[in-house]
Ligand binder design. Sequence first.
Ligand code: AMP
Ligand code: MG
Length: 487
Amino acid sequence: MFQFDNSYARLPERFYASVYPEPVEGPVLLKFNEGLAQELGIEADVTDPQRLAAIFAGNVVPQGATPLAMAYAGHQFGSFVPQLGDGRAILIGEVVDRNGTRRDIQLKGAGPTPFSRRGDGRAALGPVLREYILSEAMHALGIRATRALAAVATGEQVYRETPQPGAVFVRVASSHVRIGTFQYFAARQDVDGLKTLADYVIERHYPELRAVEKPYLELLRAVAFAQADLVARWLGIGFIHGVMNTDNMTLSGETIDFGPCAFLDEYDQMKVFSSIDQGGRYAYRNQPGIAQWNIARLAECMLPLIDEDQDKAVLTANHVLSEFGQRFQAAWLSVFRNKTCLSSEEEGDGDLVQALLAAMQEGEADFTLTFRRLCDVAAGAGEEAFLSSFKERDKATTWLETWRQRLERERGSQEERSAAMRAVNPAIIPRNHKVEEALAAANYSDLSFFNRLLQAVERPYEDRPEFEAYTVPPKPEERVLQTFCGT
Ligand code: AMP
Ligand code: MG
């Protein structure tokens, strides 16, 4: 079924532990992403869901697989843990997709590994479906993210606070190398391992750096820039990752690990949803600073590769860190210029955007809806609807006036501008209350809400009247105040 070519398994043995998935009692296929399967060149017999379920649950290990759990370390909420590793995820192999890109196929929740510590190696149905929806939504929104190939029920229960139905999530990633993977070798002062890993990442993700003069320094810069761009995109759709630990940040620049992540309803820069983020370390507004902090941890690991002279290495690495800030600022401004229809660049654009956000913060305006309604205003309609998003309207009214004056210096017809805005300001995001609704029903074996939500988030930039209910903020009693890792 898979044309495996497993490059990670060819790395030295200390990079991973070979381990087979532990079979489960009653695998049932809940969802299979046929579109993604085609992209991956997987020949799947969709008329045989039982076989697919057996493969994706780990009961049948497909030919050519070399199942392994990757070793990694990581800073969790700022504290360093020298050994984490895949405690409940097993990489069964890699395929080269139709575009020539190598992709990992990983079973999450497939049983214990040597890295499980006290965990059971399993996943509960709720978090599995959550990751399915969130990662596919991110992809549809045009944001780099790991993908969902399938979800399978195990027919077994997992015990968290309460017994819950178990499931396996089949994740596809450009790779699962994280900042924490570098930290694993750095913590062991294994410079050979670091070099092998860096070469692997260059080969796989940044092949254009193979021939440059200082490949490792350039690798650090490329990763810093990829992450700066990614976080700017997150902020542009109101996304809060929730656990930006260094083990949850990829070298490829894909969003990974959709644990307690959530989208803003009303705009609040300091918003935190995750129940375990007591100090607000990973609040909406803190994300760029944390990404930079994480890149600093990567830089520390890479110092011995960057220059033999330690002082020189520190100096050049520090320079890259300051470039991160500039890169993020530029990416952020570009994202929000697009959202507010500013295709030309003027000095005061950043202030104009900030003024809107300040009005939204004060007026507790719904982030997604405000920008979507602004698309109507650009077309010369819907001003009242736009203003009605704000509890406190004065600032928004003044802002509209300034914005209109600014738009006079933009090219294109009203219709063209509005269409361009609609292509970057989604109507539909996976709103927290809709996600919770889908997961709650799934726990009672009703997948209809999940399926419908997935249909909604798969085409986020279109106006589809039948999905109207997914475009509006929660009613007060529907509001989700907290999200949980649920691992
Ligand atoms: P996460 O919070 O999902 O990023 O996971 C952090 C670490 O805990 C990783 O090393 C995971 O493999 C491990 N982990 C999380 N849940 C489990 C589990 N149920 N069993 C074993 N290891 C786990
Ligand atoms: Mg993780």
